[in-house]
Design a protein around this ligand. Sequence first.
Ligand SMILES: NC(=O)c1ccc[n+]([C@@H]2O[C@H](COP(=O)([O-])OP(=O)(O)OC[C@H]3O[C@@H](n4cnc5c(N)ncnc54)[C@H](OP(=O)(O)O)[C@@H]3O)[C@@H](O)[C@H]2O)c1
Ligand SMILES: *[C@@H]1O[C@H](CO)[C@@H](O)[C@H](O)[C@H]1NC(C)=O
Length: 353
Amino acid sequence: MVALIVAVAAAVSVYIFIYYNFLKGVKCKSDVSLNGRTVIVTGANTGIGKETALDMARRGARVVLACRSKDRAEAAVLDIRRVSDNNQVVFMHLDLASLKSVRAFAETFLKSEPQLHILINNAGVGLVGKTEDGFSMGVGVNHFGHFLLTNLLLERLKQCVPSRVVVLASETYRMVGLDFSKLSRTEPGHTNGFLDYAHSKLCNVLFARELSNRLEGTNVTCYSVHPGVVNTEVFRHLNRWLMLILVPVAALLFRDPEGGAQTSIHCAVQEGIERFSGRYFSDCRVREVVAHARDDAVARKLWEFSERMVGLSPRVSAVDLNPSSHRLLFSCPCSCLCPFQTSLMIIIISGVL
Ligand SMILES: NC(=O)c1ccc[n+]([C@@H]2O[C@H](COP(=O)([O-])OP(=O)(O)OC[C@H]3O[C@@H](n4cnc5c(N)ncnc54)[C@H](OP(=O)(O)O)[C@@H]3O)[C@@H](O)[C@H]2O)c1
Ligand SMILES: *[C@@H]1O[C@H](CO)[C@@H](O)[C@H](O)[C@H]1NC(C)=O
């Protein structure tokens, strides 16, 4: 009996030690005030985005929650206003799965808000399906929607320097190579939701890199972020069978959303990180990315390709769709999102942390 109690106590202590040292993650140390500053957070009604918006509101910013669901967003607005004691928190409708909606959001925002200091491209999905414009869902929402949004708001950011763009990426960016044929509207894309998600996250890393190259000398800086493996609603689309495993694992081993927001907050406010513009951060520190995610030529090609895809420059030609130069590095053996593979990836990713 005594041995059992000792064993349980030891296990609990080890868990607490691991949790606080490896899982919880570090806190953003900056106490910068954002009085008089305007921040947009996309997908801010839940998860990491909501915690990030709350932190911005606590710092005194005017915070725009750019969300697709009015009900969910308005509930979050009330919560954030109450907890932060800041009533400069507002909802504006944005559905990143529709380029039309992105344009409408930008138009409304630019008309009604004179300033923009921090743009946080936080919304993200990993879901099989297509967007209104025919992109696969992950790539369409996570990359193309945010690509257009950022471009439409860039002038305003330049007028409000020093200003920043924070792009939520993910360690899963490592799992695929860039494949232009899977990015186009006319092709089926990655039919595996997880690979489509990973592909979009690689685009996010390359996008931040190229954006910073284009912004050199403007005092607008940008950063991509891995928030950690965080217990949010991001897994809500997995099947029930998987959820059964995931819910307890997530409760024990994943970061809470507040912990998950720290690196986004760091990249949004921490002074002195400007020289790392274009780089990738996790645990509030700059990290090296794998070679295919720091190739400037590929990043530029992705930018130009994306401009045509979202209608910021003339339409794509057949040459652009030729994927020969950038092949898939990692290919899934099964086309469905099989439970085994997903569990394995979750375990690997948890292990990485
Ligand atoms: N959780 C993790 O372990 C993890 C790890 C690495 C990276 N990330 C990244 O962190 C970011 C935040 O994720 P999270 O974990 O906080 O996920 P979450 O709890 O699922 O929140 C995602 C947010 O994105 C919004 N969204 C989804 N599709 C949208 C669309 N078409 N238009 C506008 N908003 C849309 C969602 O709105 P609704 O509520 O209306 O659906 C929600 O507000 C994502 O970019 C994700 O890829 C998360
Ligand atoms: C950028 O910031 C520096 C330092 O504050 C300033 O000297 C410079 O004029 C700024 N450049 C632009 C384009 O605003």
